[in-house]
Design a protein around this ligand. Structure first.
Ligand code: ATR
Length: 277
């Protein structure tokens, strides 16, 4: 039995063991998947992962607040991880530690494969300029977005991130601005990658950003109808979704990377979807 785990702090509510358990069962993989509570003291992450590897652990998923620790721990990084500055999955191969970041790919797969929407040629707005946005930019650009606007409460951070990312944007125009500078712009796909939803804080943007038929997508999972999604719904947005599909799809990417078998994700998405009320 090959061992895997997810590490975070807190970790109790993680759905990863459930998701990977479903994948393992459906694909007939002989593996165990557990939860690890990491210590947030200096060196706490590395100690926990070292111990897990010493016990024969083959790979690990990484969640808040350890994605930058995992980035530092890896000896080899994928382009997505490098650009995100964060790692959400590690694979251990002898002395090597391979680091990946599947969050952005998971988001893109959810939009394209599960929701059946095209990103190619679409105008994309992403709210926030932190780690979640950083992780989503390269996959969104690769998927052929027409333009990407990063809007953030602190406008300078959005501008800096846009400028930083521009050389890797696959020719996609990327701009940064403040949340208050969106009045005259309209988007087909609007993603909330701020941490505002976690505390159920309100998020102030113009309701006119949503094009007819636009998608409003909150990257968080399990928070119900967040202030962002409520705003979108009140603005007449017909497609309003949370990050459950992204969560399952990033897990599927990690599973395929570890095991060499791609699991079907429909069952896991159906089991984890909760109505947004
Ligand atoms: P993460 O790694 O989850 O992205 P982060 O790096 O701390 O976390 O970034 C959080 C993002 O959410 C930031 O873009 C932050 O905006 P600021 O840069 O202005 O701080 C944004 N954010 C958090 N709470 C917010 C709120 N109530 N309204 C708008 N933006 C918010």
């Amino acid at each position: 039995t090959d061992r895997y785990a997810v590490i975070g702090n807190p970790i109790d509510h993680s759905k990863s063991p459930l998701i990977h358990g479903l994948f393992a069962q459906a694909t007939g993989q002989d593996m165990a998947y557990s939860k690890l509570l990491g210590e947030t003291t200096p060196g706490g992450f590395a100690r926990a992962v070292d111990a897990f590897r010493a016990e024969g652990g083959r790979g690990i998923n990484v969640t808040v607040p350890f994605k930058t620790d995992a980035f530092a721990y890896a000896t080899e990084l994928s382009p997505d991880a490098q650009l995100a500055g964060a790692v959400n999955a590690l694979k251990f191969e002898e002395g090597r530690v391979l680091g990946q970041n599947f969050d952005g790919i998971g988001l893109v797969r959810d939009v394209q494969a599960n929701l059946g929407l095209s990103i190619k040629g679409r105008r994309v707005l992403i709210l926030g300029a932190g780690g979640a946005t950083r992780g989503a930019l390269l996959p969104l650009a690769r998927a052929g977005a027409n333009a990407i606007v990063i809007a953030n409460r602190t406008a300078d951070k959005a501008r800096a991130l846009a400028q930083d990312f521009a050389p890797n944007a696959h020719g996609v125009a990327v701009q940064g601005c403040g949340l208050d500078a969106l009045e005259d712009q309209v988007f087909d796909l609007v993603f909330n990658a701020t941490s505002a939803s976690l505390g159920a804080e309100s998020l102030v943007i113009s309701p006119s950003v949503f094009a007819p038929g636009a998608l409003a997508y909150d990257l968080v999972y399990g928070k119900g109808l967040t202030p962002f999604l409520r705003l979108a719904r009140d603005a007449g947005c017909s497609q309003v979704v949370d990050g459950v599909g992204m969560l399952v799809e990033q897990a599927a990417e990690a599973f395929a990377w570890w095991r060499g078998v791609r699991p079907d994700t429909r069952d896991a998405v159906a089991k984890l979807t909760v109505p947004l009320v």
